[in-house]
Design a binder for this molecule. Sequence first.
Ligand SMILES: NC(=O)c1ccc[n+]([C@@H]2O[C@H](COP(=O)([O-])OP(=O)(O)OC[C@H]3O[C@@H](n4cnc5c(N)ncnc54)[C@H](O)[C@@H]3O)[C@@H](O)[C@H]2O)c1
Length: 339
Amino acid sequence: MKYQLGEYNTEVIETILDQVVKQVPTNSFWVIDNKVASLYPIFNNLPDTKLLVNAEETNKNLKMAEEIFNWLKYNKVNRQSTIVAVGGGITTDLTGWVASNYMRGCNLMHIPTTLIGMIDAAIGGKTAINFNQTKNLVGSFYPAGKVFIIPGVLQTLQEKEIQAGLAELLKMALLPESRILKLLIELKSEWKTEFHTLINMSIEQKMLICQRDLRDTGERRSLNLGHTFAHVIESASNYQIEHGRAVAIGIIKAARLSYELKLIARERYDFIIKLIRSHYPANYLQLEMWIINAISNKGKEFYENDKKSKLILFSGENDIAVFDTIEWNKFKNIIIEVS
Ligand SMILES: NC(=O)c1ccc[n+]([C@@H]2O[C@H](COP(=O)([O-])OP(=O)(O)OC[C@H]3O[C@@H](n4cnc5c(N)ncnc54)[C@H](O)[C@@H]3O)[C@@H](O)[C@H]2O)c1
């Protein structure tokens, strides 16, 4: 079915949400993004116990996790209880981490409400909070027992959130053997017309990779393509640059470094840059001066904390390379270079 964002009417979405809510065990404990609860009254009117959270990257931290732990204890939640996260990647990452630790693990369900959440964050079981100014430093592998995908709720997302989700979709498309690339090339700027298909393909691709390598010791690392750059950009900007935009820029930087290290030929470099640029306005992919300065001044520490998880680069005609290390100055020059 062809699908344009915004085609769903409120009644249809409410009916779908109602059916989903009925599939969640009664007496579950809901952690819900404030904005989503205000947009979709069904979440405000739940008979179950709920906690509303502000989905801001600066809230994806130990303090907020502690608040949720206290709320769970106050409500006498036990290991048999189900915790349901409703929101984007911030809400599912944070709630997932809490659920994986509270009483050594409660039942967990996700209802992702952003494009990043549906195609990436809610799939595959990585949970995390930011710690000591370092992105996702504390986390666990804890796949949700159920994830409900309801594309209709994306109609209320702001365009910048759709753009952010597109970055993870482009990342998936650039991984070896992805079927998404061909479709994205065919669709060009009309990619939203095949929204459902792209979401399905992306989920399938991510699940396949995570089933083979849940704990991120091999193949799954490819999903971090561009993310070392992205995490330095996000951390140095004190999370003023949102994750998806940082990923889009990070993919370009990864391509540049891959080319400079002679891992890829000029043709592949040009192809990747053209693909990313054709989906975004030019200024979306340019770092502002204040963030370039912040990276120069304090990026090294963030880079050194993050690079444990390896540097994922492009290689050959359609492959990915895992790099152990490259010195900070080289990394910095690529990240702050105006391209
Ligand atoms: N665990 C993983 O594998 C994984 C993968 C990718 C990203 N992430 C994490 O996900 C986070 C980014 O996720 P995100 O972009 O979904 O962020 P998010 O949760 O902040 O959502 C973005 C914004 O959209 C709003 N929103 C959510 N649903 C909405 C809806 N249906 N309508 C209108 N507004 C809505 C939120 O309130 C927020 O303002 C980052 O912290 C990133 O590190 C995790």
